[in-house]
Design a protein around this ligand. Structure first.
Ligand code: FPP
Length: 241
């Protein structure tokens, strides 16, 4: 098939989700299947993450949020935690070089105070250096949990002295890590698991969910296009008729 014909089959931009969340799941199983340590799955998963993030920006997605490390992931063996943190370090250093040429605005969501200081400094640098980018917003969820995010928002409102009668859905939203961003349209979870795992629980109230059998390190742009096609077929009613 010619490239032109292939292009014609892509979902037109106006039918694409504006805001996409991805749970990058299946790294461990991918590695196990190959007789490799789980960390090898994360290494390949991190490469796939870079490719998919750049592709989403080129495709016109406005916001992409990836789940890189949850508040529950601290329960994993220390060696695996260290490996994910090292991949994050590599990515952050690279985001200040390679990703610098992309039009992607990088942000981090989650409680960063528990992360190593050098990582926190790199995160701040990556955010600052991409703050003026006009393309896609890339939220990387690190030490993130949806419930913790809501608790954090409530604490912020209380410490600002907002009175109970002034607490609305809008005020709460303004205190989330994702304040000012549109609601999530599509949540994508590869690896054959059918769970949200405490991800963006507020922001996903009306999201469409697409679960796929592919493991994240095997995930391709073609898989993403399949998910976009599935999303475009859905009839979103937001509680109406
Ligand atoms: C879930 O798969 C994956 C993670 C908890 C880590 C995701 C991290 C990366 C893709 C790399 C680092 C990211 C950045 C932004 C540089 P799993 O380990 O739970 O897989 P399993 O369910 O097969 O065990």
């Amino acid at each position: 098939m010619s490239l032109f014909k292939k292009r014609q089959t892509l979902v037109p931009e106006e039918y694409l989700p504006q805001n996409v969340g991805i749970i990058m799941d299946g790294n461990g199983r991918w590695a196990k299947k190959r007789g490799l340590p789980r960390t090898a799955g994360h290494v390949t998963g991190a490469k796939v993450f870079r490719k998919i993030a750049k592709y989403c920006d080129r495709r016109g997605i406005k916001v992409l949020t990836v789940y890189a490390f949850s508040t529950e992931n601290w329960k994993r063996p220390q060696a695996e935690i260290d490996s994910i943190m090292n991949l994050l370090r590599d990515y952050l250093k690279e985001s200040l070089s390679d990703f610098k040429h992309e039009n992607i605005c990088t942000r981090f969501i989650g409680d960063r105070t528990q992360l190593a200081e050098d990582i926190q400094a790199l995160m701040a640098e990556a955010e600052e250096s991409t703050a003026e980018k006009t393309g896609m917003i890339l939220n990387i969820a690190i030490n993130y949990g949806g419930r913790a995010e809501i608790v954090n928002a409530v604490r912020s409102m209380m410490s600002e002295g907002i009175s109970p009668e002034d607490v609305t859905e809008q005020t709460l939203e303004q205190h989330l890590y994702t304040a000012g961003q549109p609601e999530v349209d599509l949540i994508l979870r590869p690896s054959g698991e059918y769970r949200l795992s405490n991800y963006l629980i507020w922001q996903c109230a009306y999201a469409e969910y697409v679960f796929m059998d592919v493991l994240w390190p095997d995930f391709t742009e073609k898989d993403l296009e399949k998910a976009f096609t599935e999303y475009a077929r859905r009839n979103r009613r937001f509680g109406g008729v």
